[in-house]
Design a protein around this ligand. Structure first.
Ligand SMILES: Cc1ncc(COP(=O)(O)O)c(C=O)c1O
Length: 363
């Protein structure tokens, strides 16, 4: 509301106070994002509409004909579809890093997959189906040792797991605003290191207010990759979300998430006919929990949870055919619950009591 009232103008275009203030607001959110992820500088933060867009920009901008790309076994279609599209056009080849039926990867397996043509490793930091955390630091070190650029989808972890581009070995960190970063929908982007930014081609062109006399896209950051008017009001909301996180502390968020996830997992595991997917240890997972109840269709379960108990879950396939294949949950998928920033112990207990009632009465 404050931004809409005080500086609802185009950042980086006009020369009047409101426009300059909009530009300042954006700059301060860039700083927050850069600090949160240990980025090289504010200029290396590129905003766009969501992580899918950011990943498409990185993948299309970095691969060249003949390249080989590695992806994890748990990829969201935000990665799986763009790489499949490029592979179907004969431009690249793709290998999937293996994982066991909990989605757990041994990073040493990556060594066997790297070839001289391997340009990129694109991995999700945690599975959006069952919460399994990818061994990012070890995997990135192996990839980078062989000159492979590391692109990470942090949709499931930014704001709840600590991330640092330097120590985690990330070249492009793609993020979305609307999950643990507590921003509005339609906000996201990527943070990129300088070396990678120089090699990466912009997927989109035009619409910027800088170097207006040129027919071509500016070479400097972030303008090289930011096209058209930014979502200033949404990004200001993202800034407010990050400010809240900074006050709470990502480590505290993680501890709280682990405690509630443990409570939910233990309670669910006690229910008859309930099958849990993914690792049981909260060290190796996030608060995203996938399960099925034998004899109950997960779509019907979701409907009953919502209608009778006002509990919001998600049934079926979760945009990750690879993930479901790995877990052995194709074609029916799973029911999914998630522990979020505002979830309380009482809510977890209410979910468990409701599930108990459903499992006893539905068949
Ligand atoms: C791991 C992962 N990648 C990508 C996405 C897509 O996110 P967005 O809608 O912000 O592009 C999601 C969430 O839906 C996700 O969980």
């Amino acid at each position: 509301m404050e931004v809409m009232r005080q500086c609802n103008a185009n950042p980086g275009r006009g020369g009047y106070k409101m426009s300059l203030e909009a530009g300042r607001r954006l700059l301060s959110v860039r700083q927050q994002v850069s600090d949160l992820f240990g980025g090289p500088s504010v200029d290396h933060v590129v905003f766009c509409q969501n992580v899918t867009m950011a990943l498409n920009m990185a993948i299309h901008g970095l691969v060249r004909k003949g390249d080989h790309v590695l992806i994890s076994s748990m990829e969201h279609n935000a990665v799986y579809r763009p790489v499949t599209h490029l592979a179907e056009q004969g431009l690249i080849t793709v290998s999937v890093i293996p994982a066991d039926n909990r989605g757990v990867t041994d990073p040493q397996d990556i060594r066997k997959l790297i070839r001289p043509q391997t340009r990129l490793m694109v991995v999700s930091h945690a599975s959006n189906v069952c919460g399994t955390i990818f061994p990012l630091r070890e995997a990135a070190a192996i990839a980078r040792e062989q000159g492979v650029t590391v692109v990470v989808d942090t949709a499931q972890t930014a704001g709840v797991l600590p991330l640092d581009m330097e120590t985690d070995g990330i070249d492009v960190l793609a993020f979305t605003g609307h999950k643990h970063l507590l921003g509005p929908t339609g906000t996201g982007g990527f943070v990129i290191n300088d070396q990678t930014a120089q090699r990466m081609r912009p997927l989109l062109q035009g619409g910027t207010g800088s170097v207006s006399h040129l027919a071509t896209q500016p070479e400097f950051l972030p303008d090289k990759f930011e096209c058209g008017t930014m979502n200033t009001v949404g990004l200001a909301g993202l800034g407010a979300g990050i400010q809240y996180l900074n006050e709470t502390g990502v480590d505290n968020e993680r501890r709280r998430e682990q405690r509630l996830t443990q409570r939910l997992l233990e309670g669910l595991a006690d229910l008859p006919r309930l099958i849990l997917y993914g690792p049981r240890s909260v060290e190796h997972r996030t608060g995203t929990i996938a399960f099925n109840v034998e004899g109950i269709d997960n779509g019907e379960l979701c409907y009953v949870l919502d209608e009778a108990f006002s509990i919001m879950g998600r049934p079926g396939l979760h945009c990750s055919p690879l993930g479901h294949q790995t877990l052995g949950t194709l074609p029916e998928g799973t029911m999914r619950f998630s522990v979020g920033t505002t979830t309380t112990d009482e809510e977890v207990d209410y979910v468990l009591a409701s599930m108990q009632e459903i499992v006893e009465t539905m068949d």
